[in-house]
Design a protein around this ligand. Structure first.
Ligand SMILES: [Zn+2]
Length: 348
């Protein structure tokens, strides 16, 4: 088998065009194992783990390869900051017994000067760690070159603490959202669809060569100069002009626009792309019947239900909806059986 990425003759593997982790149903066996593995870890993962998409996977309980969907609370786990506290470091963990998040204040030591001018060390620990106080005292004394306390002194000192409770603690969580390789990931979907829809001859297209080379490079900027929009779905007119956003669906279609062949891809209602896949559409569209190569795809990530039709068929459906509802698109995608507004109108 000739791999559509490295162009080597190698054994095939099962490649998901839309990553399995986001409920992709379309596959190809024209990607070799090394390319599949490289694309999976670097490119597909960039999309599946992109924060808003990962959150959606958690909501929809999409497991993907690992068999376990991400959990919604994972973003709150780890080190957090307690707002308005001097001892502001805390750790949040998920308590499987209670099913709730546990926030535990972390050890904090500070030098303070008492009213009588004595320098002392004030330690803050979580109340649940108070049995650690004797150990902490001995450790702090050792650290500051003081002799250890006797058991008797230690038992007295260990009771010398005050309990402060924080009413309605405010926790600050720091999130970082990575956009790295997202452009690669969207271009990979468009490239694979172009191959599936246009056929073997697409591999010889000059732009196909540019696309696969850029997608495979680990250089983050390698896809920057390839023509096309990649960004938020809500700013992508190739979708917003025709179909209403859907939280569980992926859409893709091919169209000839201004002498170039474009493949548009929408992942949930979150991310979208309109990628130029060929600057020579004449290579593929010679006869009127070739218009069947302009495909339209709608995938329900949860049920796996997939509509794989021609753009022409989908256009007819949109025209029919325009006539029926006497308005312009956007309409729901064909996986939704009817317009919600229409149901209201037909049952006054
Ligand atoms: Zn390969």
């Amino acid at each position: 088998m000739l791999c559509i990425f490295c162009s080597e003759e190698r054994p095939p593997s099962l490649e998901h065009v839309f990553p399995l982790a986001i409920g992709g149903t379309i596959t190809t066996d024209r990607v070799c194992e090394p390319c599949n593995s490289m694309l999976g870890t670097r490119v597909d993962a960039a999309l599946s783990d992109f924060f808003p998409i990962r959150t959606r996977r958690a909501q929809l309980r999409l497991a993907g390869n690992s068999g376990n969907p991400p959990v919604l609370h994972e973003i709150f786990l780890g080190q957090v900051k307690l707002i308005g506290q001097t001892a502001d470091r805390a750790q949040t963990t998920f308590n499987t017994a209670t099913g709730k998040l546990d926030t535990r204040q972390l050890y904090h030591a500070t030098e303070i000067v008492t009213p009588d001018g004595k320098k002392t060390r004030q330690i803050t620990v979580d109340e649940r760690d108070k049995d650690q106080i004797p150990i902490i005292i001995q450790r702090e004394r050792k650290r500051h070159g003081l002799p250890p306390l006797s058991d008797e002194q230690l038992s007295i000192e260990s009771k010398n603490y005050t309990v402060n409770s924080i009413d309605s603690p405010l926790v600050q969580v720091s999130l970082s959202v990575s956009f790295a390789y997202l452009r690669h990931a969207m271009m990979k979907i468009a490239y694979e669809l172009a191959f599936l829809w246009l056929g073997e001859s697409y591999l010889a297209d000059p732009l196909a060569a540019d696309l696969r080379a850029a997608i495979c490079k680990s250089d983050l900027a390698s896809t920057d100069n390839l023509p096309g929009y990649v960004g938020e779905a809500e700013n992508c007119p190739p979708f917003t002009n025709f179909w209403t956003p859907h939280q569980e669906r992926h859409l893709a279609y091919a169209q000839i626009v201004g002498g170039t062949l474009i493949i548009a891809v929408r992942v949930f209602d979150i991310y979208a792309a309109a990628i130029v896949v060929s600057k020579e559409p004449g290579r593929y569209f010679r006869r009127p019947t070739d218009s069947v190569k302009l495909r339209y795809l709608a995938i329900d990530a949860v049920s796996g239900k997939t509509i794989d039709t021609t753009f022409e068929e989908e256009s007819k459906r949109l025209l029919e909806a325009m006539r029926q509802y006497q308005r312009r698109p956007p309409f729901t995608d064909p996986l939704s059986s009817s317009e919600p507004e229409a149901r209201c109108q037909s049952n006054p």
